[in-house]
Design a binder for this molecule. Structure first.
Ligand code: ADP
Length: 415
């Protein structure tokens, strides 16, 4: 319940982060696009204004009879020229034209703070101009050049509206995308969290059982302080065996924990597989014989691989331990090394009790045991094959399990 709330809160946090990121990206994108369109639209008008000013300056330094007659292109008819007196009075009412002047410019006052800069000017909240004010002593004090940009402004308004709509729609869509993304991002976290919790629970359970046995046996011994050790062999032996079990379990847990944190590095070197197998199998051959089981080791040729010999040794011990654990007297255990399809392949088969059909993948899961009661007797905690799988994965190899006909199991490792 608490976890659910925690996951929900984290998911909401992820969602908020995603949403903020999307919104910032869309907003920046819109601002840049609108800015670009705006400068492109106005650039033509601004160029016209600048070139007109150059002509005014030329006129000032070298006044001809008619300044505009000298330029073969003549003045741009879109440009309105206003000459201002020092006191802010329009000097060329008649040039501007009565309609324009009376309707618009008679109420317009001179603004000198933008001298030399091209600015936007809105008259009557309806008509848009680009405006450039320059010093001009030849006619009055200042000359203001205006160019009507209603068409540009209308394109810009439409475009801004369009982009705003699109940005709004994309931001709305990004709420959905953020939700789905955050949900997806949380899935592996939830999965590994649950796995970790399950692992800790299983590990504690596995540790508790031998500890309880040891505690009970020791308490029992304490109640009889006068009894001789020779008479208490059973509780002492059991405690010892449970201690060994605990020690194996903790070392397995440590191996897996280190494997999870990628702390364990492989010490890779060139390994003679036949030699390694001979070394690992020799003691098992003796144990098998002592249990009336046949043990066969076949090595086809000399095969070298680049691997960590300590880990390969550990892997073989896991498989051979299992082969011994899950076979009875009269069964056979065979280990074979071949070079199948140019790949070094080791197979460990037995004619023992075998694995239930359909459980072939589960046996590699941590703490998985085919039959808890059965494997408790054999001393396993269900960690051996998970470690084997990790070793194989670390070597970029494969491990497969199949039924050995008519009975038993075959593990095939390819390196
Ligand atoms: P355990 O320590 O319990 O043997 P493992 O991870 O090594 O744990 O194996 C997981 C389970 O796979 C075992 O409990 C057992 O049921 C099954 N298993 C593994 N090897 C064999 C085998 N050679 N024959 C039959 N069952 C096996």
């Amino acid at each position: 319940m608490y976890n659910q709330k925690l996951f929900r809160r984290e998911q909401l946090k992820f969602m908020a982060f995603n949403l903020i990121a999307f919104t910032i990206i869309f907003t920046l994108f819109s601002i840049i696009i609108i800015g670009q369109v705006r400068s492109t639209l106005y650039s033509n008008a601004d160029r016209e204004l600048r070139s007109f000013t150059e002509r005014v300056e030329q006129f000032e330094s070298n006044p001809p009879n008619d300044a505009f007659d000298r330029d073969p292109r003549g003045p741009n008819p879109r440009i309105i020229v206003i000459h201002w007196s020092k006191e802010g009075k329009i000097l060329n009412e008649s040039e501007i034209g009565t309609t324009l002047f009376e309707n618009y410019f008679s109420r317009y006052t001179l603004e000198t703070s933008t001298l030399g800069d091209i600015t936007n000017l809105v008259i009557d909240d309806t008509y848009y101009f680009r405006s450039l004010l320059v010093n001009d002593t030849s006619v009055g004090s200042y000359t203001q050049l205006l160019i009507n940009t209603d068409a540009e402004q209308s394109i810009l308004d439409n475009f801004t509206r369009l982009i705003t709509w699109f940005a709004a729609i994309f931001i709305l869509l990004s709420i959905l995308a953020s939700y789905l993304l955050s949900k997806r991002m949380m899935q592996p976290i939830i999965r590994s969290w649950n796995k970790q919790a399950e692992f800790v629970e299983n590990a504690s359970h596995e540790l508790r059982t031998p500890l309880t046995i040891i505690q009970n046996k020791l308490e029992l011994l304490l109640t009889r302080p006068d009894v001789r050790i020779a008479e208490q062999i059973e509780p002492i032996a059991l405690s010892l065996s449970e201690t060994r079990r605990l020690s194996k379990l903790t070392s397995d847990l440590l191996t897996l924990a280190r494997a999870d944190s990628a702390e364990t590095q492989l010490d890779t070197q060139l390994v003679d597989l036949g030699h390694l197998l001979l070394e690992v199998c020799t003691p098992y051959e003796e144990i098998a014989l002592s249990q009336d089981k046949a043990f066969l080791l076949t090595v086809n040729g000399t095969i070298y691989v680049s691997a960590d010999p300590v880990r390969l040794h550990q892997l073989m011990i896991i498989l051979l331990d299992n082969a011994l654990k899950y076979t009875k007297a009269g069964d056979t255990i065979s280990v074979m090394l071949t070079n199948r399809d140019q790949k070094p392949t080791i197979s460990v088969s037995d004619t023992g009790i075998g694995i239930q059909e359909g459980h072939e993948n589960q046996i590699f899961e941590r703490f998985y045991r085919e039959d808890t009661a059965r494997t408790r007797d054999t001393g396993g905690a269900g960690l051996g094959l998970s470690i084997a799988k990790w070793i194989i994965d670390a070597h970029a190899g494969t491990i497969q399990v199949e039924a050995n006909r008519p009975s038993g199991t075959t593990f095939t490792i390819t390196l």
